[in-house]
Structures are given as structure tokens and as C-alpha cells.
Design a protein around this ligand. Structure first.
Ligand SMILES: [Zn+2]
Length: 408
């Protein structure tokens, strides 16, 4: 363990010990450096937050940031989520603030979905002259922003802060200027608008958690991240003949040919599959390529152990984590589909997991879940109802379509 990791671990234990008793932790290293006014302002802000009935945790900590910002963000957000789970509440407010300057504050509104951070939070309290707002103003402000976000009300105005002459660091801002100094002419706190914007975006973010419902899917992009173009070329190579031919292996070999044909049919029917606004094609290629790779591994394998056929999440096929059968109930009907662990968890907690959203019909900007169309992807459910290769061959290959007719 590095000394930095050890210092973080020790800090975490100290904070946890205090939070088990009450919500306000002020680190012993920096407490002597804070003025009475500062401590009073912090205590009052904590008390006011408690009075709202919401559960909060507040830690005033020394600056540990010299070792890297990303690490600290992860540390505080993980910690915030732990405290939320401990609190057992619907929402938990967690604020970490550096005591000396509040150069960095990490404010989290935590729900079962995880911690939400105001957009641009680390910059939120920075003034136009690059000074940072002091802890006795930052802490009450952040707590009010968190309370507003939790209650869905308007965020407070950012505090006025004159950074032209903050005095030396021994002097606190309240003592020097008083809190009521709000003559706009003297203000250079240019971040007020930015702060209000950050808080608004944050609220919008919460309100639009389900924005995927009305938008066409645009990520993950899959094409470069999974090298799909290269994989399509590789899948055109002949399917290897089995070393030890038997019925099972020949059945696998035939399946391999069908997957290969399906991939050829899909990319011929939709040559723009990699760029199309319809992400179903990309996901279709992704699934067929995964099946092709799996199948070639089986034909090459030395042992008799056969790997299970890959399965894909019905709601979003790129989800691959622990797919299990799940009965979806909707408007009186029930449907057994394969769902990933994350989507099952989301449903269990009453949320709507994200779905693959595609144009209602070609050229349409109206987004619908892919399974509401009646194309190969919907008929297959990316493997939930029938193998995708079969559905694609039935729907997209010219020969098959001619033979089967379009009269299903
Ligand atoms: Zn899923």
C-alpha cells in the first residue's frame, strides 16, 4: 500500500468513526487552523440541514489533493455511496470540503442509483480571479444546493464573494467583510452564474435520468471499441472443418455457416450499418460477431468441454453480465427474456433500465424500443426468442425471403 493510500485509509476510518455518532466531522489536523466564525458557520449549516429532515454527512478535511484529483473523486464518491447504504434512507447528502480554502468540495446527492454530482462541481466555487471561496461560505452553500436538489426546489444563489482582497489566510471572510456585503459593484465573483448553471444542469440531469426514453440510442458506439469492421472481414473466412468430426461438431459447423451467411445478409441489406442512426444494425453485427467468434473457438477446441453459447441482454444486447431468464410483465402479458444482472437489479428497485432505442421506421426521428418494430431484431429479441442468425436470414437474405415469402 502506498503512503497516500494508507493516509486515505486512515482518514476514512477517522471520518467513519465520527459519522457513526453525528454527521459533522472536522479533521483534527485542520481544526486548530479554523477560526471560531468558520467553525460556527459550519456547525450552523450542518444543523440547518439536519432540521430539514434529510440525512447528511459533512466532512471538513485537509488538502490531500496533491496526489491526484481522480483518486480523491473516487474515494469520496465510493465513501458517499457506502454512507447512503448505511443510512437506509431514500436520499443521502454527503459533502467533503477542504478546510483551508474549499478549493475542492465534493458534494453528492446519493440514491440507490449511486451518487449524483453537480455538473462542474469542482469548479463551482472558483471565482473569476482564480481564488477559491472560503469554507465558511462554501459549506452552507453546498449543503443548500444539496437540499434543493433532494427536494427538487430551486438552488440557492451562490454567495457573494469579493476576491480582490481576501487578506491573509489567518483572517476569515466573515470577520473581514461581514456576510451582508452584497453591493454588486464590488463583486468580482464571476462564478455566480456558472454556479447557478451548474446546479440547474444537475437538477435537469436528475429530471432527465430517463431521457433515453425519447432519444435515439447513440452509444455505446461498438464499431471501434469492438473492432467490428475487422471482425466482419474475419467472419467471412471459411469455417474450419472439425478435427474430430461427429454429429455435434458438424451441427456446430452448420450453425457457423448460418451465422456467416446472416452476417453477410445483414451487411449487404444495410451497408451503412456502422454509421446508421439505427443502432439496431450495429448491435446486430455485434451479436453475430460474438457468435462467430464463440463458434470458431468451439471448432478449434482440443478438450471436450463446450463453452456455453453467448447470451445477450434483451433490453440492450451489449450488456453481457450474467444473463439469466427473466419474466417481463407488461400490460397483462408476460414474456420470458434474457436479462443482464444490471437490468434485473434496476427492475427490482423499480427503475426503468435503458433500452436500445431505434427510429420507429426508416428515416423517422421518433425513437421506439427496438422490440416494438417487427424486423429481424424484434423477432429474435437478440436471442431471447430465436437465434439472431435465423431471424436475420429469414428477414434479410434475398434467397430465403423469396422462398419463405413475406406472408408471415
Ligand atoms: Zn441489460
Amino acid at each position: 500500500m502506498t503512503s497516500y493510500a494508507r493516509a486515505q485509509q486512515q482518514l476514512r476510518e477517522r471520518i467513519r468513526g465520527t459519522w457513526a455518532q453525528h454527521p459533522l466531522y472536522i479533521d483534527e489536523i485542520i481544526r486548530p487552523g479554523l477560526t471560531e466564525n468558520q467553525i460556527k458557520a459550519i456547525r450552523q449549516a450542518s444543523q440547518q440541514t439536519e432540521d430539514t429532515g434529510l440525512t447528511h454527512y459533512l466532512a471538513i478535511v485537509p488538502g490531500l489533493l496533491t496526489m491526484g484529483y481522480g483518486d480523491w473523486a473516487k474515494f469520496t464518491s465510493d465513501f458517499a455511496f457506502d454512507m447512503h447504504q448505511e443510512s437506509g434512507e431514500k436520499q443521502t447528502l454527503v459533502l467533503f470540503s477542504e478546510g483551508e480554502t474549499s478549493a475542492r468540495s465534493f458534494a453528492y446527492l446519493v440514491t440507490d442509483n449511486g451518487p449524483v454530482v453537480p455538473t462542474g462541481a469542482p469548479e463551482l466555487m472558483k471565482s473569476s480571479s482564480d481564488d477559491f471561496i472560503s469554507v465558511e461560505l462554501a459549506v452552507p452553500y453546498y449543503l443548500q444546493v444539496l437540499v434543493a436538489a433532494a427536494k427538487g426546489t430551486e438552488p440557492p444563489q451562490a454567495p457573494d464573494f469579493d476576491t480582490r482582497d481576501v487578506g491573509d489566510r489567518d483572517e476569515d471572510y466573515i470577520e473581514r467583510f461581514g456576510l451582508d456585503n452584497s453591493d454588486p459593484d464590488t463583486l468580482v465573483f464571476g462564478a455566480t452564474a456558472v454556479a447557478a448553471l451548474g446546479a440547474t444542469l444537475w437538477l435537469l440531469h436528475r429530471r432527465h435520468r430517463y431521457s433515453w426514453r425519447s432519444e435515439l440510442t447513440t452509444k455505446p458506439e461498438l464499431v471501434t471499441s469492438h473492432k467490428l469492421k475487422k471482425a466482419v472481414t474475419e467472419a467471412a473466412a471459411p469455417i474450419p472443418e472439425p478435427d474430430h468430426p461427429d454429429d455435434d461438431t458438424w451441427a456446430l459447423h452448420d450453425r457457423g455457416r448460418r451465422i456467416q451467411d446472416a452476417l453477410a445478409a445483414l451487411t449487404a441489406a444495410h451497408p451503412d450499418w456502422a454509421e446508421s442512426v439505427d443502432f439496431a444494425h450495429r448491435n446486430g453485427v455485434f451479436v453475430l460477431v460474438a457468435l462467430d467468434r464463440w463458434l470458431r473457438r468451439q471448432l478449434r477446441r482440443r478438450s471436450s468441454r463446450v463453452e456455453d453459447e453467448p447470451r445477450f441482454c434483451f433490453l440492450f444486447p451489449h450488456h453481457r453480465k450474467d444473463i439469466e431468464d427473466h419474466v417481463l410483465k407488461q400490460s397483462g402479458r408476460s414474456l420470458t427474456v434474457g436479462l443482464c444482472a444490471d437490468c434485473r437489479q434496476e427492475l427490482a428497485t423499480g427503475h426503468d433500465p435503458e433500452r436500445l432505442m431505434v427510429p420507429k421506421r426508416p428515416g423517422s426521428t421518433r425513437a421506439v424500443p427496438y422490440f416494438q418494430r417487427d424486423d429481424a431484431y424484434a423477432l429474435s429479441g437478440f436471442g431471447s426468442f430465436q437465434p439472431l442468425d435465423e431471424a436475420v436470414l429469414d428477414e434479410m437474405s434475398p434467397q430465403r425471403s423469396a422462398a419463405v415469402g413475406r406472408s408471415r
